[in-house]
Design a binder for this molecule. Structure first.
Ligand code: 13P
Length: 339
C-alpha cells in the first residue's frame, strides 16, 4: 500500500468521516451573518478553534479540511491548527481551488479555477502539515445543463488538480457537486450525476491517477429542493447507490458525501440508509460542512460564553454521522443523551 492509500483509508476509517471547515472568506461571512456575528479574523479563528478543540470529536472525525487562512492560524495557546489536529489523531487537509467562476461563452455555468501555480502551493501546504486536498467543481441541472462543455472542462481541471496532488504526496479529494437546487426529479439528478462522474473518471484515468490514493466527494442524488413530491430517504439511498455502482471504480477507497444544503438530520439519515444496504466496494462516509456545523454555529452565536454548548452540538452531530457510517443510526438517537 502506498502512503497515499494509507492516508485515504485512514480518512474513511470505520465510524469516522471528515469535517469540511474550509469556508472561503465570502462563505464564512454568510454563515456568520446568519447568527449576527462579525466576520473578523479573530472571530473566524475562535470559531475554528472551538470546533477543532472539541474533546472526543476525534472518535468520529478522521480529518478536517482547512482554508488557506486557517491552516496558518493557531489556537489560544499558540499551537498551529494543523499540529493541534494531528495531536488528536485528526488528519489536516486543505481546500486548494480558487472557486467556481463564470465559464467563458456559456450562459451561466461555471469552471473552477486555481491551477496556475498549484504545484508550488501544494508543496507549501504540505510543509504546513496538510496530507490531503480538496477541489470543488459545480454543475446545475436545467434544460440544457449541465452542458457537455461544462462537464468536460471541469473534469479535465479536476484531473489536473488531482494529478498534481498525487505528485506532491497529497491525497486529492475530487469534488464534483451537481447542485440540487430547483424542481428536477430524482431521475434527472441521477442522470446528471452519472454524466458528470463518467467524465471525471475518464479524465482521472487519462491523466494517470492511481484511484487507490484518491477520494470522491459527490452530491447525493436528490429530488430538487423545490420539486413537488420529493423522494424519501430510502429512494434517495437506492438512486444514489445505483448511480455510484455504475460510475465509480471499486479501487476508490471511499466516497465522502457533501451535505449540499440538506438538513443535518436528512444528511445523516441518507448516509445511514446507504450503509444499511451494504457492504459496498467503497467506504461510504461524510465530508460535511453545514450538516456538521449548523447546530454548533447557532449555539455559539459569536459569544465566548456559548463555546461549550456549541462544542456539545458539534460533538452530537459528529456522533450521529459516525453511527450512520455503519448503518446503526436511528432518529431516536437525536434526543437520547443530549444535554
Ligand atoms: P456542505 O456539506 O455544506 O455542502 O459543504 C461541504 C463542502 O466542503 C462543499 O465544498
Amino acid at each position: 500500500m502506498t502512503s497515499l492509500e494509507d492516508t485515504a483509508r485512514a480518512l474513511v476509517a470505520e465510524g469516522k468521516g471528515i469535517l469540511a471547515a474550509d469556508e472561503s472568506d465570502g462563505t464564512i461571512k454568510k454563515r456568520f451573518d446568519s447568527i449576527g456575528a462579525e466576520s473578523t479574523e479573530e472571530n473566524r479563528r475562535a470559531y475554528r478553534e472551538l470546533l477543532f478543540a472539541t474533546e472526543g470529536a476525534e472518535d468520529y472525525i478522521s480529518g478536517v479540511i482547512l482554508f488557506d487562512e486557517t491552516i496558518r492560524q493557531s489556537d489560544e495557546d499558540g499551537t498551529p491548527f494543523p499540529r493541534l489536529l494531528e495531536s488528536k489523531g485528526i488528519i489536516p487537509g486543505i481546500k486548494v481551488d480558487k472557486g467556481a467562476k463564470p465559464l467563458a461563452l456559456s450562459d451561466d455555468e461555471t469552471i473552477t479555477e486555481g491551477l496556475d501555480g498549484l504545484r508550488d502551493r501544494l508543496s507549501e501546504y504540505r510543509e504546513l502539515g496538510a496530507r490531503f486536498a480538496k477541489w470543488r467543481a459545480t454543475y446545475s441541472i436545467a434544460a440544457d445543463e449541465p452542458s457537455e462543455y461544462c462537464v468536460w472542462t471541469n473534469a479535465h481541471a479536476l484531473a489536473r488538480y488531482a494529478a498534481l496532488c498525487q505528485e506532491a504526496g497529497l491525497v486529492p479529494i475530487v469534488e464534483p457537486e451537481v447542485l440540487q437546487d430547483g424542481t428536477h426529479t430524482l431521475e434527472e439528478s441521477r442522470k446528471a450525476t452519472g454524466r458528470v462522474l463518467q467524465a471525471v473518471y475518464t479524465e482521472l484515468h487519462d491523466q494517470r491517477l492511481d484511484y487507490r490514493g484518491t477520494l470522491l466527494k459527490p452530491n447525493m442524488v436528490l429530488s430538487g429542493y423545490d420539486a413537488p413530491d420529493r423522494a424519501g430517504i430510502q429512494e434517495v439511498a437506492e438512486a444514489t447507490l445505483e448511480c455510484f455502482y455504475k460510475h465509480v471504480p471499486a479501487a476508490v477507497p471511499g466516497i465522502v458525501f457533501l451535505s449540499g444544503g440538506q438538513s443535518d438530520e436528512d444528511a445523516t439519515a441518507h448516509l445511514n440508509a446507504m450503509n444499511a444496504l451494504g457492504p459496498h466496494p467503497w467506504e461510504l462516509s461524510f465530508s460535511y460542512g453545514r450538516a456538521l456545523q449548523a447546530p454548533a454555529l447557532k449555539a455559539w452565536g459569536g459569544k465566548p460564553e456559548n463555546v461549550e454548548a456549541a462544542q456539545r452540538a458539534y460533538y452530537h452531530r459528529a456522533k450521529m454521522n459516525g453511527a450512520a457510517r455503519t448503518g446503526m443510526y436511528a432518529p431516536e438517537m437525536e434526543t437520547a443523551g443530549v444535554a
